[in-house]
Design a protein around this ligand. Structure first.
Ligand code: F6P
Length: 546
């Protein structure tokens, strides 16, 4: 698929130079109807990008960039199940997992749906059994605690979703997530649990990941020690693509749920990796969650780029990152239950698109993947928002907020929403020295005080933000939000011309850790072959550890 972005990117660069003095307050003053032109609403959800530093011409040039990058063709290739993950020689078809309407979907020519439906059915039956008490602990009692052991995509997705959907979790069940190889993680989790009624789900696509295998073995030993070796079969299940490796771990066949190599780890929440969430919320809400993902697949594949929310999210971020040279992107959910969403997006976006080599093996032509960070509002306001308002580099922000609370107090929610919208307004509008001057005067400050304090109270404004406003955080809405970001990441990968579905960048650190483990564990092992910093740190660690 030959592509040439030269014309599209140089037109955008020229446009950036021509419009660099134009600010968003000016754009709002010039066009009071700006909101109506720069937002897209679909059923129950709205994306407002009117506070971004874009004009109709900017958007038209960005649409041209998407066309030049052949977004339509690449999207068709994605949904066709072609092997678009070229460095791993794999298709990318996590969308099949949320295909609840039963459309045919094939991965590399083979119908994926019979396998998907079979695992979905088994998951549903198992989840119902655990929730309802038909599947019990070794002592015949109902399970009270579910511990998901996994890391990265085998942890962040289910952990984030379990928190987001906590009002839907059965009151007799508690969901826990253990990921870090730091023994404090599993240790602290096990301390508070009744092992007699705890079910462990070992989640690992590869079933070789150091952290997960170490934690799984620790949990297994704890169960065997407390309840006896025979109880292990009742207290463990596993999710992986590597079924043979699970057998070695000793988990019973009917407690094993598979998935496929065409599901990337960070895209695997839709697979059996979500089992803990399905047990928690139940089968019908889980299927609603899947349906939410499918809603966005439908939107992404049918809406023209001008009205296509994931494509617009991608293009606006590319404008900020590649043309306005803004290196970061904050995600601020005004929704406490989305507290783990920024961390989830860090993996989704930075592991997918943090690449420097293009699909043809040469260096990328554009800057890829901004740094993603975030915390829920309003908490962030009282922590790092100072920098967002008055720091030297503007930080583009995505605000996420629900129109109505799932089950919280309406008064609290009104305060939450008001704060969210006020932040977007303040970041856009700012406050000039003249306005500060007038305000201080009104408060009775004298001229000397105004001169001294005035400049510190100025807000430059013109700081780009988007807002995703959704009806409420139901399972279906969560599915939609995740899929929006997944397709945003895909669109950006297409424009940056990279493989968004591999993650070779995590390998070197893993390899070197493997080499250091014996040196760290054996206090007498030589550090002579290491660089002086690493050797110095190991020597100091040995001294400090006594
Ligand atoms: O090290 C990165 C990574 O491979 C992620 O891509 C993945 O989500 C995570 O590790 C966990 O991998 P697994 O599910 O195979 O244990």
């Amino acid at each position: 698929m030959a592509r040439d972005l030269t014309h599209a990117t140089s037109a955008l660069k020229t446009h950036q130079l021509e419009t660099r003095g134009v600010t968003t307050p000016q754009l709002f003053d010039a066009d009071p109807q700006r909101f109506s032109k720069f937002h897209v609403a679909i059923d129950g959800l709205l994306f407002d990008y009117s506070k971004q530093r874009v004009t109709a011409e900017t958007m038209s040039l960005l649409h041209g960039l998407a066309r030049a990058a052949k977004l339509d063709e690449r999207r068709a290739a994605l949904f066709s199940g072609a092997k678009i993950n070229i460095t791993e020689d794999r298709a990318v078809l996590h969308m099949a997992l949320r295909n609840v309407s039963g459309r045919p979907m094939a991965a590399d020519g083979t119908d994926a749906m019979p396998g998907v439906i079979e695992v979905r059915e088994r998951m549903g039956a198992f989840a119902d059994g655990v929730r309802g008490g038909a599947i019990t602990a070794a002592n015949g009692e109902r399970f009270t605690d579910i511990v998901n052991i996994g890391i990265g995509g085998s942890d962040l997705g289910p952990a984030m979703a379990a928190r987001a959907l906590s009002p839907y979790v059965a009151p007799h069940l508690s969901l826990h997530y253990v990921s870090n190889v730091d023994g404090a993680d599993i240790g602290d989790t096990l301390k508070g649990l009744a092992l007699e009624t705890t079910l462990f789900i070992v989640c690992s696509k590869t079933f070789t990941t150091l952290e997960t295998m170490t934690n799984a073995r620790t949990a297994r030993a704890a169960v065997a020690a407390r309840l006896g070796e025979a109880a292990v079969a009742d207290h463990f299940c596993a999710v992986s693509t590597q079924l043979d490796k699970i057998a070695e771990f000793g988990i019973r066949e009917d407690r094993v749920f598979g998935f496929w190599d065409w599901v990337g780890g960070r895209y695997s929440i839709w697979s059996a990796i979500g089992l803990s969430v399905e047990i928690g919320i139940g089968r019908a809400p889980w299927e609603q969650f899947l349906a939410g993902g499918e809603d966005i697949d439908e939107h992404f594949t049918t809406a023209p780029v001008e009205k296509n929310i994931p494509a617009l999210m991608a293009l606006v971020e590319i404008w900020n990152h590649d043309f306005l040279d803004l290196a970061t992107q904050a995600v601020i959910p005004y929704d406490q239950r989305l507290a783990r969403f920024p961390a989830y997006l860090q993996q989704l976006e930075m592991e997918s698109n943090g690449k420097s080599v293009s699909l043809d093996g040469g260096p990328v032509e554009m800057k890829t993947a901004p740094v993603i960070f975030g915390e829920p509002g309003t908490n962030g306001q009282h922590a790092f928002f100072q920098m967002l308002h008055q720091g030297t580099e503007p930080v583009p922000i995505d605000f996420l907020v629900a129109a109505k609370p799932t089950d919280a107090d309406q008064h609290h929610h009104d305060l939450l929403v008001a704060n969210c919208f006020a932040q977007g307004e303040a970041l856009m509008r700012g406050r000039s020295l003249a306005e500060v001057d007038a305000q201080l005067r009104k408060q009775g400050a004298d001229a000397a005080a105004i001169e001294r304090i005035g400049p510190h109270k100025v807000f430059s404004g013109n700081r780009p933000t988007s807002t995703i406003l959704y009806e409420s955080l139901t399972p279906r809405m969560l599915g939609r939000l995740i899929a929006l970001y997944e397709h945003k990441v895909f669109t950006q990968g297409v424009i940056w011309n990279i493989d968004s579905f591999d993650q070779w960048g995590v390998e070197l650190g893993k390899e070197l850790a493997g080499r250091l483990v014996p040196i760290v564990s054996d206090r007498n092992a030589s550090t002579a072959q290491l660089d002086s910093s690493t050797a110095g740190l190991i020597d100091a660690m040995r001294r400090l550890a006594g």
